[in-house]
Design a protein around this ligand. Structure first.
Ligand code: GDP
Ligand code: GDP
Length: 454
């Protein structure tokens, strides 16, 4: 069916990693007591509370959202290097290795008043092999007299040491400038915010009631807005006031002027649907409540999900639905809409006007979810518990580990999980389901991508 094809595409996308969607990651490494936590808090401006030591992903690394000079990046604090059974040097090397594999750039913090120890020399050896940018912070340079200590750190072979005082904030701006310059360029946010009324696509198979609904909405509300201050309206769009607010129904010209060529009518309809969805932020997918769900309905839904748009399902012609039909529908929809259980739903009649006023609140709910972002600290707090309770299934004798996650984007909300192995579609869906249980996101698709670091 349509959804099987969609699943296959989503699967391929997740396997590809969608690395270009994620914001860059900076890993902070260093011996205990060199001032990593102090520096991390300085960078964050203490906007996010330090996450408690919880079992699972965040035990030895914690991720946060960081911003500097208009750039967003994920800051990963790799925690202290406590010697384990294999000894301090091995633990240190492993930690640096991990940072290197996970991050796009590494910040090595050294206590300038102590200088480079053998531990740092070991780490530097590992980091020098990396093709990724490595920055060296010479911390605890609280005043000019200590600047001389910084110079000796050139010996680590990691380039220029950046003197900084995490405690007092001295030169931390210069360090961050260097960090941001070293990070790969962040991708544009998907679906950038546009001013003016929010854009709605009214879609559905032929004869489901699109024209009737548009006429009802513009007629009954009577306030068809021709121009809204500060906006220019494409003549193919319609501005409609719903619930005291203007909405831009995109690409409605084809709806108002019905194209009635028998030849290519279906092609035209499907092209219009695609164009409208692409131009919109949220889609109202009209379904005929009086008839069983069809392949054509699913094809439209697939387009919406694939385009990553927020979604309101409107069951039209509700005036024709009787008791028997209602019972049949429940089972039918459970099966037919398995891939979009999160869609907002309203039962309406474009003919009688029944419940059409419920559309605006549903649109608002869906768009709110579409715009929503879960802070990285909060996300990882939740994820660590989830993964500790239900780890990913073993594949090829190996247990993939989920290291941490960020919500890399909104519109639609997109999670990126950093892992040591591929996560099966079933497990990603499990994560999505649990994510929704915890954070909601009604009316919006949520994407779960995986970045594998072997
Ligand atoms: P971590 O173990 O690497 O995370 O180190 P912490 O951030 O916990 O810092 C260890 C100690 O060094 C704390 O007592 C900090 O107050 C102190 N410290 C951190 N940064 C500086 C600094 O720039 N100057 C001075 N004088 N002390 C610092
Ligand atoms: P479109 O092709 O999706 O634009 O569908 P239309 O708006 O042209 O509607 C197709 C037919 O369904 C018309 O005869 C409408 O009168 C009828 N129709 C639309 N909405 C409803 C409804 O809510 N109830 C009933 N009973 N008929 C409807």
């Amino acid at each position: 069916s349509e959804f099987a094809a969609l699943d296959a595409r989503i699967e391929a996308e997740a396997a590809a990693g969608e690395a270009d969607l994620a914001q860059p990651v900076l890993a902070v490494v260093g011996r205990p007591n060199v001032g990593k936590s102090t520096l991390v808090n300085r960078i964050l401006g203490r906007r996010e509370a330090v996450v408690q030591d919880v079992p699972g992903v965040t035990r030895d690394r914690v991720a946060y959202d960081a911003y500097w000079s208009g750039r967003r990046f994920t800051l990963v604090d790799t925690g202290g290097w406590e010697p384990d059974a294999t000894g301090l040097q091995a633990a240190v090397a492993a930690q640096a290795e991990m940072a290197m594999q996970t991050a796009d750039a590494v910040l090595l913090v050294v206590d300038a008043t102590v200088g480079a120890t053998t531990t740092e020399e070991t780490v530097a050896r590992v980091l020098r092999r990396s093709k990724k940018p490595v920055l060296l912070a010479a911390n605890k340079v609280d005043d000019d007299r200590l600047l001389a200590d910084t110079a000796s750190l050139w010996s680590l072979g990691l380039g220029e040491p950046h003197p900084v005082s995490a405690l007092h904030g001295r030169s931390s701006g210069d360090l961050l400038d260097a960090v941001v310059a070293a990070l790969p360029t962040a991708p544009r946010e998907i679906g950038t915010v546009s001013a003016g009324p929010r854009r709605v696509a009214l879609v559905g198979k032929p004869n489901v009631g699109k024209s009737s609904l548009l006429n009802k909405l513009s007629g009954e509300q009577r306030a068809v807005v021709d121009s809204v201050a500060g906006t220019t309206v494409d003549p193919v769009d319609s501005l409609v006031e719903l619930d005291g607010e203007p909405w831009r129904f995109v690409d409605t010209a084809g709806l108002r002027k019905r194209v009635n060529s028998a030849n290519g009518a279906e092609y035209y309809a499907s092209l219009r649907t695609k164009t409208a969805i692409d131009a919109a932020e949220v889609a109202i997918v009209l379904l005929d409540a009086a008839e069983p769900l069809s392949e054509q309905d699913l094809r439209v839904l697939t387009m919406v999900v694939e385009a990553g748009r927020a979604c309101v399902l409107a069951f039209n012609k509700w005036d024709l639905v009787d008791e028997d039909r209602r019972h049949a529908m429940v089972r039918e929809l459970d099966r037919g809409l398995v891939r979009v259980p999160w869609a907002e739903k309203v039962n309406i009649s474009a003919l009688t006007g029944r419940s059409v006023r419920k559309l605006a609140p549903a649109l608002r709910t869906a768009l709110k979810s579409w715009d929503q972002r879960v802070p990285t600290g909060q996300l990882n707090g939740w994820l660590s518990d989830l993964v500790a309770a239900t780890p990913p299934p073993v594949r090829g004798g190996k247990q993939p580990k989920v290291l941490f996650a960020t919500q890399a984007g909104i519109r639609p909300p997109t999670l990126v999980l950093f892992t040591t192995g591929f996560l099966e579609a079933g497990y990603r869906r499990f994560i999505e389901r649990k994510f929704r249980e915890q954070f909601g996101f009604p009316g919006s698709p949520v994407r779960v991508n995986v970045r594998v670091r072997e």
